[in-house]
Design a protein. Structure first.
Length: 732
């Protein structure tokens, strides 16, 4: 890891909010992200144009270095070198607290009456909860469960933490030895994760809220005396929840969550007041969350997961009211708001949110931001059963799908979503406008969209991308029907996959490209012993080490598609079992593999662990008709069809250029008068030259459509024409 230690010129930071749309989630792609570690049980704090990221614990990242996110520059920078206490065995000494002072000790010295050495105590802590009352060799705090125990001090430009004392770090000093300073003792009572540290701008000092032993303690830090003064102690139910707070400056009240209940605290009078509970207003559990005061609204923002949905709420301490506050844009819906990871920067007015993925315990340095206009946001009307994105009720596709009734419809607002979903009931998912994009997030270790529903799931008009080394869409083993209409899939390890015994996979008017992974064969569409596969009017282009269409289904219909092999592949373009009923009709197939032989279609025996799999139905027939195949470059043994299963075959009205018609059981079959061989096509879209039209012969299926690049099918002018296209070059 390359470390860059930078001295921050805080006064020179430009405003960053000017280019950000207000009231809208914005996913940032900051520079330096790869150098910033994931931290377990770590929060963040913002101020002076930066978000500061420190801490952690519980057998996670052990470095006590400080990282800063430069909001205006959209870049992570390293401020200090790491002293990783996983490597404490290499240290020569540490500092331990004795009689109010930090005293230097060698690691092999005895640490107490138990006879343990300091090194042994550190090893024990690393194996447990990561807490010891020691400082690093440079006299700096070690990592701990510190998340809500951090705050920014605008009076000094430092951020401060609770670590066996009140410690403050000066970012302007970067990695200097005096960058960290202890300015007072720890707040009264409470373990790290049950002590919240907050800056009170009216008092210009720190306030702490601790939850321990069935008591809520409120204390104020006396700066001149460098001491804490307890102003309130309230007996509450004994619970082990963390403590969070946000200061409502308009009403002069701190909003506090402790021991699984919300309260309002007036630190000037010591009053602790009851308040309405978020759980009752939102209809869900509280759990872990993030709080931040929003001066633009005069309310406290609370972000958390409600029924699986990441939601933003506001609370007014004066009126004791909660309101849902939907932000526009694509929220980090797969993230949790645990560990107090929402922070507002006082200099830029930008809210920064670090996304803690809901499947993990660590906070990672991915960044979302938003600004606020000060206008109350209304929840948009939803024309369907549930709606996602924009200012609709649901920020996550998973939550909306879960909320929709069986047979219902989920509408998706236009935008880019770093989300995935597992569908367990028959629903339709479709855009509210434009083409929403789902990317880069995998559910159930399978795909961006996973269907386990026994009924019919229909997906329309979406784009899915970025399923690296995974499937973009997965129809689960034994599931029902998945229908894809006008769906785009690309930049994934595999495009669309249907597991064994799934009822039906159907693609209509879809586009798939750039499908590849080094970890497995990269099929564009793969029906693995699903009962039915239909691919119609779709555009598949690119190249990989897999098939464009692979089917072990017993009912296969591949019709009116354009398949363009633009790169090398070591697999045949369309591969079917040959068992059952196969209809490969009216496809335009173009191969630009100018070096190697290519089979446009092959029908092969299916094997399992080397043994032949018998066809489960009493039928083995195929119709290959009205296809156009152009193999450019060296022909070698290229052919439209390689058949080695012994299928009852009808092969008529196909047009071939640069290849043979058929290879069967290794034997070559010449072009016959039921098919046509030409020198080449009129263009790359495989329109036929005017002189190519031989009369068609009778066929079991006469197509009424033809492929029209790049958007689906068009009526076919004359169903008796040869090949995938009419002789006209018009595209309709």
């Amino acid at each position: 890891m390359v470390r860059r230690w930078v001295i921050l010129l805080l006064a020179a930071v430009p405003l960053a909010a000017a280019g950000m749309p207000a009231d809208t989630w914005v996913k940032r792609d900051p520079g330096g992200l790869e150098d910033v570690p994931n931290r377990i049980y770590s929060g963040a704090v913002a101020g002076g144009g930066f978000l500061f990221y420190w801490g952690g614990g519980h057998q996670g990242y052990g470095g006590n270095d400080v990282d800063a996110y430069d909001i205006a520059a959209n870049e992570w920078i390293d401020l200090t070198a790491a002293e990783d206490w996983k490597h404490a065995g290499r240290w020569s000494h540490i500092y331990a607290r004795e009689n109010g002072q930090w005293v230097r000790h060698g690691l092999d010295e005895i640490a107490g009456d138990s006879g343990d050495t300091y090194a042994e105590r550190i090893r024990t802590a690393i194996g447990g909860g990561w807490t010891v009352p020691y400082l690093s060799p440079r006299g700096r705090p070690l990592t701990a469960h510190i998340y809500q125990g951090e705050t920014f001090d605008p009076a000094t430009g430092r951020f401060c933490i609770n670590y066996y004392g009140l410690w403050c770090y000066d970012p302007a000093k970067a990695d200097r030895d005096d960058a960290w300073e202890q300015i007072g003792p720890p707040p009264p009572s409470g373990y790290f994760n049950r002590v919240n540290l907050q800056y009170d701008p009216d008092l210009d000092t720190f306030v702490s809220f601790s939850n321990n032993d069935g008591r809520l303690r409120v204390a104020v830090f006396d700066r001149p005396a460098r001491s804490w003064r307890t102003i309130a102690t309230v007996y509450i139910q004994s619970a082990t929840s963390s403590t969070y707070s946000g200061y409502d400056a308009d009403d002069g009240l701190h909003v506090v969550y402790a021991a699984e209940a919300w309260r309002r605290v007036n630190v000037r009078t010591g009053e602790v007041l009851p308040m309405s509970q978020w759980k009752e207003a939102a209809g869900g559990s509280d759990g872990s969350m993030s709080l931040e005061y929003a001066p633009e609204l005069g309310r406290v923002l609370v972000i958390g997961r409600i029924r699986g949905n990441l939601e933003v709420w506001t609370y007014d301490a004066g009126t004791d009211t909660w309101e849902l506050f939907p932000l526009k844009g694509a929220a980090p819906a797969e993230a949790r708001a645990n560990s107090d990871v929402l922070e507002r920067d006082d200099k830029t007015g930008v809210y920064v949110f670090l996304a803690q993925h809901r499947g993990a315990t660590y906070v990672d340095p991915r960044v979302w931001t938003f600004t606020l206009s000060g206008t109350t946001q209304e929840t948009a009307d939803c024309p369907h059963d549930a709606c996602v994105g924009g200012t609709h009720q649901y920020s996550g596709l998973q939550a909306a799908v879960d909320a929709a009734p069986p047979g219902g419809t989920v509408g998706v607002a236009e935008g880019v979503y770093d989300q995935c979903a597992v569908v367990t009931k028959g629903v339709t998912i479709k855009p509210l406008a434009g083409r929403p994009v789902f990317r880069n997030t995998i559910c159930d270790h399978k795909g961006i969209l996973v269907s386990k529903a026994s009924g019919t799931v229909t997906v329309e008009g979406l784009e899915l991308r970025g399923a690296r080394d995974q499937k973009a869409i997965w129809l689960h083993n034994g599931a029902g029907t998945l229908i894809l209409r006008d769906v785009k899939v690309h930049d994934s390890g595999m495009g669309v996959f249907a597991g064994p015994e799934a009822r039906s996979l159907r693609l209509y008017g879809c586009e798939l490209w750039d499908i590849w992974t080094p970890k497995e064969l990269s099929h564009f569409v793969y029906a693995a012993a699903a009962r039915e596969l239909v691919v119609e009017g779709s555009y598949l282009h690119g190249g990989s080490d897999g098939h464009f269409i692979k089917a072990k289904a017993v009912d296969v219909r591949v019709r009116y598609n354009f398949i363009h092999q633009q790169g090398h592949t070591d697999a045949n373009l369309i591969n079917t079992w040959g068992c059952g009923s196969n209809r490969i009709i009216g496809n335009a197939i173009l191969s630009d593999d100018r070096k190697d032989a290519v089979f446009a279609i092959d029908m092969t025996k299916r094997k399992a662990y080397g043994d032949l799999v018998p066809c489960p139905v009493g039928q083995k027939e195929a119709v290959v008709a009205y296809n156009s195949f152009w193999k450019r470059g060296a022909a070698k043994w290229s052919a439209l069809l390689f058949e080695k299963y012994g299928t009852d075959l009808t092969l008529v009205n196909n047009v071939i250029a640069g290849a043979e018609l058929l290879r069967q059981h290794g034997e070559r079959f010449p072009i016959n008068n039921r098919n046509t061989l030409i020198r080449g096509f009129a263009d790359e879209r495989l329109h036929l030259p005017a002189e190519a039209g031989k009369p068609a012969v009778d066929a079991p299926v006469v197509p009424d459509r033809q492929y029209r690049h790049p958007a689906g099918t068009a009526p076919r002018g004359n169903g008796q024409e040869m090949g995938a296209y009419q002789t006209s070059r018009e595209e309709g």
